[in-house]
Design a protein around this ligand. Structure first.
Ligand SMILES: NC(=O)c1ccc[n+]([C@@H]2O[C@H](COP(=O)([O-])OP(=O)(O)OC[C@H]3O[C@@H](n4cnc5c(N)ncnc54)[C@H](OP(=O)(O)O)[C@@H]3O)[C@@H](O)[C@H]2O)c1
Length: 331
């Protein structure tokens, strides 16, 4: 298959990547069907490579570990490791303690984390290594100092921060340049526009919107949580709860109207809107399925009219917080 996806540099100094990446989380964790079809997940990963997707997003916490293991196995067996930019994340498992969940940005934890990720990913370097959540107990300068050591040793190509406050990003960037920031951003999560995006542009840091399809909601495929597995993360997410979900369906209605006019699908409209926000934005929609991968990356070929973009810009803000517990975010 020929590569059809355009490319873009991830920030001023980051790698060149396909305009749309692939989020691997749902293959192994948090969503309905996770962990049930590794062969299908591997096919989706390799299909993504065939189509010009190069930024593959995982984390040690996805599974935990199963998602990194699947990616490592798939790339090793196919011999295609060098075609991709592997992004993974640390900082939400305490390897220095009992190995349980918890924030830990200490240099000691970082060392143990990266060695584990390298082993599972069957590679000698992580291309982009994100701190998944900031640790209020460890100054960011200390964590970034240790990350800079890993860059110098060639164990990571660069580092990123996920859900960090603008002030933290500035402090980190002063110690060692940040390659990319990853935060939730989509038609129903527009908080990054006020302060985060302008700051990233000023500093030359790439932006990777996660959950760009609103965890599937913006595609119109989820109209109640009834069809979701009992342990699906979205059942406990305030935006998917009862009246909030009903209110948020008004956002989907607008996306569906624009999709009909643009002769596109709602998922494609949600992604095309994101891509229209700037060349420095590389969304990472997640899917386990090849047909949806095709649908999603075709969004890179869709140009919404100014009227359609304005219609989308005008959607009502989402009802409900992004997480049941918002305290680990934006710090
Ligand atoms: N840094 C962080 O804290 C953080 C947090 C969350 C996620 N992430 C990253 O961001 C990636 C993407 O986010 P996400 O997976 O949470 O949400 P998302 O990309 O907004 O949506 C994924 C969901 O939408 C479904 N879907 C995908 N394409 C579709 C289509 N065309 N039509 C209908 N449904 C579709 C998927 O189901 P199927 O799999 O069944 O297609 C999945 O349930 C993750 O994989 C992960 O790598 C990072």
């Amino acid at each position: 298959m020929t590569t059809s996806l355009p490319t873009t540099p991830l920030g001023a100094a980051g790698p060149v990547v396909g305009r749309i990446g692939l989020g691997l989380m749902g293959i192994s964790a948090f969503y309905t069907g996770a962990g049930q079809d590794d062969a299908g997940g591997a096919r989706t990963i390799l299909g993504a490579l065939d189509r010009g997707v190069t930024l593959l997003d995982t984390a040690e916490i996805y599974g935990p570990y199963a998602n990194e293991e699947l990616l490592g196995r798939t790339l090793a067996e196919s011999g295609r490791r060098d075609e991709v930019v592997i992004a993974t994340k640390f900082g939400t498992i305490r390897h220095t303690g009992d190995g349980g969940r918890g924030l830990d940005g200490s240099p000691a934890n970082l060392r143990l984390s990266v060695e584990g990720s390298l082993r599972r990913l069957q590679t000698d370097r992580v291309d982009l290594y994100y701190q998944h959540r900031m640790d209020p107990g460890v100054p960011i300068e200390e964590t970034v100092g240790a990350l800079a050591d890993l860059v110098a040793e060639g164990k990571i190509g660069g580092y990123g921060l996920s859900e960090a406050a603008v002030d933290t990003i500035r402090r980190a960037h002063a110690v060692h340049p940040v390659t990319a920031v990853q935060t939730e951003y989509s038609l129903w999560s527009r908080e990054p526009e006020a302060e985060l995006l302008p700051a990233l542009r000023e500093l030359g840091i790439g932006f990777v919107p996660y959950s760009p399809l609103g965890r599937g909601f913006l595609t119109g495929a989820i109209r109640s949580v009834d069809a979701l597995a009992a342990d699906d993360f979205r059942r406990d997410n305030p935006r998917f709860a009862g009246e909030a979900l009903d209110a948020n369906l008004r956002i989907v209605e607008v996306i569906e109207q624009v999709a009909a006019a643009a002769e596109a699908t709602p998922a494609q409209v949600a992604l095309a809107w994101l891509l229209a926000q700037g060349e420095d934005i590389v969304p990472i929609p997640g899917t386990r399925r090849l047909d949806r991968l095709d649908e999603n990356i075709a969004a890179a070929g869709i140009t919404l009219t100014p009227q359609q973009l304005a219609q989308l810009d005008a959607v009502a803000p989402a009802v409900g917080d992004r997480y049941a517990d918002m305290t680990p975010l934006n710090r």
